[in-house]
Write a protein that binds this ligand. Sequence first.
Ligand SMILES: *Cc1c(COP(=O)(O)O)cnc(C)c1O
Length: 433
Amino acid sequence: MANNKTATIAVRAGINNDKHHGAVVAPIHLSSTYSLTGFNEKREFDYSRTGNPTRATFAEAVAELEQGAHGIVTSTGMSSVHLLCQLLAVDDLVVIPHDCYGGSYRLFSHLEKRGLFKLVVVDQNDSDALEQALAQKPKLVLIETPSNPLLRIVDIKAVTEASQKAGALVAVDNTFLSPVLQQPLLLGADIVFHSTTKYINGHSDVVGGVLVTKDKELGEQLAWWANCIGITGSAFDSYLSLRGLKTLPIRMKQHQSNADAVAKFLAGHPAVEQVYYPGLADHPGHAIARKQQKSFGGMLSFEVKGGVEAVKVLFDNLSLFTLAQSLGGVESLISHPSTMTHAGMDLEAQLVAGISQSLVRISVGIEDIDDIINDLDAGLTASQSGLDNTGPEKKFTDKASTASNSEPGLRVVADNDQQTKPFSFNPALASLW
Ligand SMILES: *Cc1c(COP(=O)(O)O)cnc(C)c1O
């Protein structure tokens, strides 16, 4: 399918590849093992941890969308990140962004504590800090843009060039945009990876991951490790993700168009203090986003006037939006980073990170835009009128007492910390999670 355009690659992935029956849609192969044709005569596949036809079809499709040489499908987004760690020896240094996905931060920091490699955490928009980190000749540099939840943008091309000059491999977490809106390999990166749980599958019914390498040999090395440590994705998840992938380009168009309308609506709403969306001209990363992204994506966050009390009234008065973490599905989700995704940080640390009590994050779905906006409008209007008659009986729970509702994955940071002291926030790690 050389030279096909994105939508064609996505839709045609696996179509007509069934040599046996001519099934139009790529069949699912659930078999764990495959017969040999004779003594020491293996077929293309022999055991499904090592290779599986359904998984291979999905991997090839994503590799083609990212314009890379080799795709590796893993069981979760985190196992894709973990696979990267196999590239690191004891004396190797890895550089990660200060506002990377919390699970990635947790993995790298805990493995570093066990002495598996060295770690530096930097704000990659701080050129002095980045220069200092690169002067230590890292083996691997991780980039993640846009970041969560404030949608900060990093210049992939510039950071990649500087990192490679210092001798590092560069891996980009492209989960927030998908290959339809951003192609890091074309900006020079060596590896791009995704939590396919989000936009690539897009239907909130699979947890999965994928990595794509620019270089075939590096891809084969990672595929060897994926088989060795047993983190390859299942046939069933690959089948569902391949099915989701077919509508990725058209879904992204609708996510983008809806998010753009929501951002403009919020920016003009009297109940909203500030909107964080790279598509808005006043967003600090707007110019770079315009340069390196095809459009601005479906994620945004905003501050509601009136603090956490107003946020609670807003949430109580929404009927379309679902209060949940995760992102990238067809359905609109709304969350409160302070008590949900970022509850692992204390309040002071959250403020340092720019995460206030009044910050709300939205994964804008692909429902009718009028319904999305009407729902937000009703919630926001209520959030302000509710403040006027807040009596003593109307005390809202604050962050501290709702912290137990935090994302299970993030509580593990505290619970599983090898040290006895509770998880404490390093201000250098602003805007985690
Ligand atoms: C969700 C997510 C991950 C982790 O993926 P899982 O599929 O949950 O393991 C990694 N990076 C980003 C940016 C994510 O949003």
